[in-house]
Design a protein around this ligand. Sequence first.
Ligand code: AMP
Ligand code: MG
Length: 398
Amino acid sequence: MLTVDEALARLLEGLRETDSERVQLADALGRVPATPDLVAALDVPPFANSAMDGFALRFADGDAPRQVVGESRAGGPPAPSVEAGTAVRIMTGAPVPDGADTIVPIEDASERDGVVNVAAAPSLGMHVRAAGLDVCRGDAVPLPRVPLTPSTIGLLAAMGHADLDVRRRPHVAILSTGDELRDVGASLGYGQIYDANAPALAAAVSEAGGLPRILERAPDEPDAIEAALRSAVESADLLIASGGVSVGEHDHVRGVIEGLGSLDFWRIAVQPGKPLAFGRIGEVPVVGLPGNPVSALVTFELFVRPMLRAMLCLSGDGRIRVTARISEAIGKDPDRRAYLRVRVDCAAEGYRATSAGGQGSVQLLPLASANALLVVPEGVPATEPGAAYEAILLGGIA
Ligand code: AMP
Ligand code: MG
């Protein structure tokens, strides 16, 4: 059995990064920039403008009254230039007229009969947003190597970029296997359950930046599994199967991977999720996840998510880790590293973890209400009350 770290290293070996494609800004959220930076074609803001509603005037005139000679409004025509002893009424975002170097906010000025008085002598350059304050024309603006956020999309728009090059999302084919499985919505016969893994894994693929495609489910028959994988490999960057990967009489996924390509390993010392088959069909990596839904999702998180991110040129799993103290003993297999489903919150004394419920590998409810996986190392049979462990945050903190 491989350790978690050995398995992850093997899974990440030789993965190919996807090529790039151009997307419109409206479709760019969460996509990974394919260039390290973008050169600004213009200053942002493009011209000096006012940060306040007020009066544009010359600092050198001190606190003397000024003749108001016109108005500059955002998007309006050019205002007259400001000569000594004059001012222009100005709105937020409007261009600072020629000759003016300072803005006095409306609250600090009084206008009467076309003359404005300022309450106190302004300071030079006050409330003027210089051209290029945010970005200077010709600057290389770094694009962080993370999925694009609303703020970066806003910045690109302000810079005049309507589209950009991003990494193509890896195509991930998802195959559920098992005679007992039915589609959600179908009626259940004797011994049947709904296929929870296909929708859950498709969502996890999307969340990790991939493009999921759910294949027609395969029964527990080698020929059917083989046909499904053989055709999916034509158009996928990664194949994920779930179920049928263990040592039962009706577990055929491993054998099929071996038959069609090569099997690298099939067991990891991880809980949940010991049976996990990894191999290649041609160039395409294939991961056979365990069938139990919690095992499938947790092993996806630990192993497949980093694979997809590596294909997108992102490193690690992109999760935040904290150290959290737990007050209860939760049992585990001493031989495997456990990823316990917990809720982490932030108390005055630091982060605290509490069990999210039963730790069985079919219990989706505790996983659904957990916001973290608590990492408990190999060699111990349970968490030690009062001890602190690494927690991988899966979502927000309550
Ligand atoms: P297996 O790995 O095929 O032995 O499956 C282990 C357990 O996971 C069994 O209880 C299966 O019924 C269950 N299981 C397998 N695939 C799925 C699935 N797609 N959705 C829900 N449960 C599943
Ligand atoms: Mg099965």
